[in-house]
Design a protein around this ligand. Structure first.
Ligand code: ZN
Length: 390
């Protein structure tokens, strides 16, 4: 068939023919946390998920709603987004919580996961493409440990495989005392005399009789937390991701070590093209924590406010700034939501894409909402869809 007759076909070939000589589309890209990410075809997001031992509080919800918005905005640029959000179902805090309740850690994890999933559905968080559970990736952790040993990034001592972490601490930009304090707070035991350096962390470690254990070349044991996420990310997404997401309490030590282990194992740097760390949600200036008894639970809030209003309340701010929760401000979120719906219902003006454009510049929701309220019509409808408030 002569080339000129292609234009008479009604098929994707026709579309391809029409593309010849046409204006190039706007390049897909997202500016995020100081990085600009040109996007071609697909994007991989890794979200550090829950340790399922407690019901979903507003701090958890904020992280996962922002991760969901990131996925929605990436999707809006026309690329295929694959989000991986893990479940840390092998972890000492889960074991301790189960022991306190007198239940098996498996049972506690499954029950709490169900509660978490329900809260996420209510908040319109799309189900991630991948939801790996740590216990299903034990072999990947063993492989990771073997590779790190082979590359000289780890050493084995009495059944523990230690990752050499001195550089990770140095690269974090934290002063030494602060880094040591955080390592201790997150269970990395900087004072353990068994290791060469206080900043070395366990990739694999022996289990006691009361702790779950799997076979490994170094004896029966279980993975370290940072190694679990490194192994799951490598197994699901390969040697790098586009965006690594978590609460800002994960910056150090968790993400620092996850990244360092992945890079040391794969040789691919950077492991993450960008990192999205979500600001802490506080109550009266204090971090929300079970130990301080100040948890604000998503289930409780949804008795008083619509899920869409709560979602908008979480998103209508800078993602990386800590903020104080104040129940009275939920009414403001409800009013703002209703104003957005009213804007969507009226005839619009201006460029309909103008309201979603700020989202591609560091997820600037307040500017996007202001533009949608100003332009109305299709611009507001597009934003409502992108924020999943419809
Ligand atoms: Zn993680």
């Amino acid at each position: 068939m002569p080339a000129h007759s292609l234009r008479h076909l009604t098929s994707p070939v026709t579309d391809a023919a029409q593309r010849v000589g046409s204006t190039p589309p706007a390049p897909a890209r997202l500016a995020l946390a100081g990085a600009t990410l040109p996007l071609v075809g697909s994007a991989r997001v890794y979200v550090c998920g829950i340790t399922p031992y407690d019901v979903t509080h507003l701090g958890h919800a904020a992280t996962f709603v922002w991760a969901d918005l990131l996925a929605s905005v990436l999707d809006g640029t026309g690329v295929d987004v694959a989000t991986c959000r893990n479940v840390t179902d092998v972890d000492d805090v889960l074991l301790e919580a189960a022991a306190r309740r007198g239940s098996h850690f498996d049972e506690l994890a499954v029950t709490q996961e169900a509660v978490f999933d329900r809260s996420m559905r209510e908040l319109r968080v799309a189900t991630p493409a991948h939801q790996p559970r740590a216990r299903h990736y034990i072999d990947a952790v063993v492989q990771l440990a073997a590779v790190l040993l082979d590359r000289g990034a780890a050493y084995e001592r009495e059944g523990t495989v230690w990752f050499r972490g001195q550089d990770s601490a140095a690269r974090s930009g934290l002063d030494r005392d602060r880094a040591l304090g955080l390592s201790a707070a997150y269970g990395d035991a900087p004072d353990d005399p068994a290791k060469d350096d206080p900043f070395d962390v366990a990739v694999w470690r022996p289990s006691s009789d009361q702790q779950p254990a799997w076979p490994s070349p170094w004896g029966w044991g279980r993975p370290g937390w940072h190694a679990e996420c490194a192994a799951m990310a490598l197994a699901v997404h390969g040697p790098s991701v586009d965006v690594l997401v978590g609460g800002d309490d994960l910056v150090f030590p968790h993400h620092a070590y996850q990244v360092a282990m992945a890079e040391a194992a794969s040789g691919v740097t950077p492991f993450a093209r960008a990192q999205l760390h979500v600001g802490e949600v506080r109550v009266d200036g204090a971090k929300m924590a079970k130990s301080t008894g100040n948890l604000v639970l998503v289930d409780d809030l949804l008795q008083h406010v619509s899920a869409a209003a709560l979602r908008l309340h979480l998103l209508h701010r800078r993602y990386d700034e800590p903020w104080d929760f104040d129940a009275a401000s939920l009414d403001d979120a409800q009013q703002l939501l209703e104003a957005l719906y009213a804007a969507a219902a009226r005839p619009g003006s201006g460029d309909p894409a103008a309201a979603v454009e700020p989202l591609r510049a560091d997820l600037d929701v307040p500017s996007a909402v202001a533009a949608a309220l100003d332009l109305g019509g299709e611009a507001a409808r597009r934003l409502i869809t992108q924020l999943r408030l419809g």
